[in-house]
Write a protein that binds this ligand. Structure first.
Ligand code: SF4
Length: 333
């Protein structure tokens, strides 16, 4: 946990300013090991901390209902930038910027990038502050560097699991992307949403590698899932219940389209989409997930039945071609 800035002084001042007495703490899985320490710090600032132990994968998943039922007057949401426009309960976002130096790791990525001249830079909110330094490292190697800004995210170059518009906005101007960050999920998202070679510089592991082989594997898996779903007679359309994931209108539209396609389609409201939960419905042969698209990418092999994204479902009903979907990017906006 020593790699992150938890902005304790800002938290202290905000608790005082808002006169908060009961604080609900929300942390993504990677930061949960620090939960007790953070709670103790907040208690020292004079408020009662309550840690939300439920999974939290994004700022779309703000624990508003939980805070209301606990009588909390403040939510502190760690690890993500603000996403929802309005909050019913005052909310502080602590983006948990990484304090690691990324330059040495970026240097390890240079040999993998040697065949490309024009490089696009992307990262998660944890490392957006490093992009200028990374750019300098690449400029020193005589690369041309582009950082996209679609205006839809909080920072230029930033990506989140369902929003790659900063990368997509510059895809035609670059030959490859360099992604700064840990884990494979966001880098895969960059590769799949731009169809460009993507290299990861992971400052946590201190290594660099190409993600392209895995992206190709996922494309094959997704096509196999679409083919399976085409044969399905009974399909459930999942409607997410997390505040930033509910797309009821899109789910209703998909239900109609699937029915027109000769399938029986049923809406399922759901909070946590896991293989165990979906296994309870043996008559359902395929799912369309209108909630978090990450689930279809991240845990695909864990599900026994196809769990398609909205775009993949449009391929099934014949409204979108697979080639066009691959061209425009398999995941994210
Ligand atoms: S919908 Fe999924 S990918 Fe998008 S912000 Fe939420 S958890 Fe992340």
């Amino acid at each position: 946990m020593k790699h992150y800035d938890f902005e304790e002084e800002r938290i202290r001042q905000e608790i005082l300013r808002l006169n908060a007495k009961r604080v609900l703490i929300q942390l993504p899985e990677g930061l949960k090991p620090g939960a007790v320490r953070i709670a103790m710090v907040i208690e020292k600032f004079g408020a009662l901390p309550i840690v939300s132990a439920d999974p939290c994968y994004g700022a779309c998943d703000l624990a508003t209902v939980e805070a209301e039922s606990l009588g909390a007057d403040l939510i502190i949401h760690y690890g993500h930038a603000k996403l929802l426009k309005y909050e019913r309960i005052p909310t502080i976002y602590v983006e948990a910027r990484a304090t690691l130096n990324v330059n040495e790791t970026v240097k390890k990525a240079l040999p993998i990038l040697e065949n490309w001249q024009k490089i696009g830079l992307t990262t998660t909110v944890q490392h957006v502050q490093t992009l200028d330094e990374v750019k300098e490292v690449l400029l020193h190697e005589r690369k041309t560097v582009v950082i996209g800004d679609s205006g839809r995210l909080n920072y230029p170059g930033q990506v989140i699991g369902c929003e790659y518009s900063n990368a997509k906005s510059i895809a035609k101007d670059v030959e490859a992307f360099l992604f700064i960050g840990g884990g494979k999920f966001h880098a895969l998202g960059v590769a799949l949403s731009t169809s460009k070679p993507t290299v990861v510089a992971d400052p946590y592991e201190g290594g660099a590698y190409s993600i392209d082989g895995e992206a190709e594997k996922i494309i094959k898996q997704r096509w196999a899932r679409i083919e399976e779903a085409e044969k399905a007679k009974i399909v459930a359309v999942l409607v997410g219940l997390k505040p930033g994931q509910t797309k009821l209108e899109e789910a209703l539209n998909l239900k109609k389209k699937l029915e027109k396609n000769g399938k029986t389609a049923c809406l399922f409201a759901i909070k946590e989409i896991t293989p165990e939960v979906l296994m309870e419905f043996p008559s359902v042969e395929a799912y369309v997930n209108t909630a978090c698209p990450r689930i279809s990418l991240d845990n695909a092999s864990g599900f026994k039945k196809p769990v398609l994204t909205i775009s993949e479902a449009l391929v099934v009903v014949g409204e979108l071609s697979w080639e066009k979907l691959c061209r425009e990017g398999l995941f994210g906006n």
